[in-house]
Design a binder for this molecule. Structure first.
Ligand SMILES: Nc1ncnc2c1ncn2[C@@H]1O[C@H](COP(=O)(O)OP(=O)(O)O)[C@@H](O)[C@H]1O
Ligand SMILES: [Mg+2]
Length: 357
């Protein structure tokens, strides 16, 4: 049997003149936590709804477990769903809310009770079955919504920004929980989010979407470390973008001559976007001498923003350009007003030909 759980083959969806999904092709494996990550309007929800059968594609096919489901209605696809506004029925108890999909399928009472017992235990909400939604915390409500999506034992679960309405603390906790459910169930989760931290925490692989297409589909570490496009480099992680021109194999950026990774097909004078993540920069004493294997620019610390484990150092260069350097927060070596040098290994960054502004 093939390991491919979900196949998306050249899927396109238009709304009037908007191309919401453009020639999307993708295979998601059994047991994979897969995220669709992209800004608002990039087509994530539309693609998820096409997998669910809530939206019919204008072209292309969808397969689940090797079977073409493109023309099947949602209820015949064996798919569970959880959405951002999870809409529990306020007048129903937790048990009734969770069992609702089974009632729709006319499952008998014994099955309903057995499944309920299984899912409330998995999601650690046993004991709450008799409560009403307004008697639950945000996290408990979210777990009930997840339980409702899972009680039919779907072959896969589709989640559309399910944690977006939770406060940060709870979201962080639920990210780990949801990932654990996925591991324990061993079914693929397709998770839609615009939040890169969420995608990086939870996923095995990530598809970065932009304007209905895939910019990169790769294991999350690859997306983070080796962005395939300038868009991915700017959208995932926190990077400084240095836009300059290629001169004699170096980047001429505001008068600085910087080493950079080779760019296929680029020639002298080309406009280049060089992305360097904040954590790949180092603050050094002003005027630190560096060899040819390091880049260096000089500036003054304007502000230090403490973020917990790291602190973002805002460094202003002579011409007013601001560079952000993330350093471990435990060593307050410098303070606002200090003159410093910023150094880094050129290969830690990624360079692309600048295509837009
Ligand atoms: N039912 C619809 N009618 C018209 N346009 C839509 C509809 N659904 C989505 N769109 C458009 O399709 C594009 C992709 O939307 P969507 O899939 O919701 O993106 P995302 O989930 O990434 O924010 C957007 O331009 C959006 O306005
Ligand atoms: Mg959406």
């Amino acid at each position: 049997m093939s390991d491919v759980a979900i196949g998306i083959h050249d899927v396109t969806k238009r709304f009037g003149r908007t191309v919401a999904v453009k020639n999307a092709t993708l295979e998601i494996s059994q047991g994979e936590f897969f995220s669709l990550l992209g800004p608002s309007g990039s087509g994530k929800t539309t693609l998820l709804r096409i997998i669910a059968g809530l939206e019919a594609p204008d072209g292309g096919r969808v397969t689940i477990a090797g079977k073409d489901v493109t023309d099947l209605p949602p209820y015949a696809r064996g798919v569970g769903m959880v959405f951002q506004d999870f809409l529990l029925f306020p007048h129903m108890t937790v048990a009734e809310n969770i069992q609702f999909p089974l009632r729709m399928q006319h499952a008998n009472r014994a099955t309903r009770d057995e499944r309920l017992a299984w899912i409330v235990k998995l999601l650690r909400i046993d004991g709450l079955e008799g409560r009403f939604p307004h008697q639950l915390s945000g996290g408990q409500q979210q777990r009930v919504a997840l339980a409702r999506g899972l009680i039919s034992r779907p072959a896969l679960l589709l989640l559309d920004e399910p944690l977006a309405n939770l406060d940060r603390e709870l979201r962080k906790e639920m990210e780990v929980e949801v990932r654990r459910y996925q591991r324990e169930l061993g079914i693929p989760f397709v998770y839609v989010t615009h939040n890169q931290e969420e995608a990086l925490t939870m996923s095995d692989r990530i598809a970065v979407m932009r304007a209905g297409g895939f910019e990169q589909v790769a294991p999350k570490l690859d997306v983070y470390i080796a962005p395939a496009t300038a868009f991915v480099a700017s959208f995932v992680g926190h990077a400084n973008r240095l836009r300059g021109n290629l001169r004699d194999g170096m980047l001429d950026w505001k008068g600085h001559r910087l080493a950079l990774p080779k760019i296929e097909g680029a020639t002298d004078g080309d406009a280049i976007d060089y992305f360097i993540k904040c954590e790949h920069l180092t603050i050094a004493p002003a005027g630190t001498s560096v060899g040819a294997n390091l880049n260096r620019v000089d500036g003054t610390i304007r502000d230090i923003i403490f973020k917990g484990q790291v602190a973002d150092h805002l460094v202003v260069l002579g011409d007013g350009t601001e560079i952000v350097v993330s350093e471990a927060a435990s060593l307050p070596r410098v303070k606002a007003g200090d003159a410093v040098s910023i150094t880094w290994a050129p290969d830690a960054g990624r360079s692309f030909r600048a295509l837009d502004t």
